[in-house]
Design a protein around this ligand. Sequence first.
Ligand code: SF4
Ligand code: SF4
Length: 360
Amino acid sequence: MELGELIALRPVPAAGLLLTLTRRCPLSCAHCSTSSTMAGEQTAADRLRRFVASFTVDDAPRVVLLTGGEPLLRPGLAAGLATLARAAGTRTALLSGMFFARGGGSVPARIMRAITAADHFSASLDVHHEREVARADVFAAVRRVLDAGVPASFHLTGTGPDDPYLADVVAAVRREFADHVPMLVNDVRPVGRAASWTGAATRPDTAGGAAVPCPMAAWPTVAFDGTVVACCNQQTVDARPVPAHLLLGHVAEDDWSTVRRRSLASPVLRLLRVVGPGHLTARYAPGTPACGWCATCRNIADRPEVLAGAARDGAGPVGELLDLHSTRSQLAAGPAAFVRRHGSSAYAGLVTLTADGDRP
Ligand code: SF4
Ligand code: SF4
């Protein structure tokens, strides 16, 4: 599976699942939004396995993204989850901070087994990661992944289209891999793993209440403690309690089918996917001061008038149709358009590079 296929599915409700394997990580990137350390928490392996085992051929996400922390600290679990997911027809992608590449030696066998069990592998690379693991070592490891037959990509972050680091690293990847390895580039805010899967670094302004869909509400995220949240925004994923309209369950109690049904049927989530939090709030609670994209969304929990309005307009076949129409429009626009809206516009075309040599 190539990166472009994965990103193309990003606006499709319940087409994907972000699964946090651990909050642990041996690296110490200065920008780490998950505050990962080797003392971080993680969900018991059997709970994660049970949840993925609840996927069925008739009801499964099309892709599951294994993330962290550093998911390759649990290589046996990662390989096992990929195998379970495949039995239901779900493909697996794995994102790593590349700790195992340090020093440029061979990839440890257990880690390579986890990578080759997956359908896609992504390496994080930015100025902070490069202080932890040398670029040349990351390139060497990605080369070994490609040689093993697993499609790979890079997830890059920088401070914007004029960031000289970003220009340099993008040019280096294109040169090193002859334009056969795609890149997902996010602007500005150093963001966490889950958000970097999505190109979700750039948040629209909520002032003015314009209707701007939030496709991040399309894929549930399993947090490090097994809580299932409706989106991948790190502050929302970390919030306890999770605002009720953004909580989908817990892997200890719920199966995939339940989580999927809650995501698809929730009137608030439907309308967040269609018009976003700013429009929802402006429409049902006019005069509410703007306070940022995701903060506005989380605050909906304390605005009964917004919840009631969403329940009125987002429930039933009309809400379902609105959700479907919004998904179809975003699907038709394609993965590069998605990254132009939610990631680095200047580098959006790089998301569709493939091993076959398609060029932006
Ligand atoms: S940013 Fe990623 S690789 Fe770096 S410390 Fe955090 S989880 Fe680890
Ligand atoms: S707007 Fe809401 S649903 Fe969308 S990413 Fe932010 S918190 Fe999540």
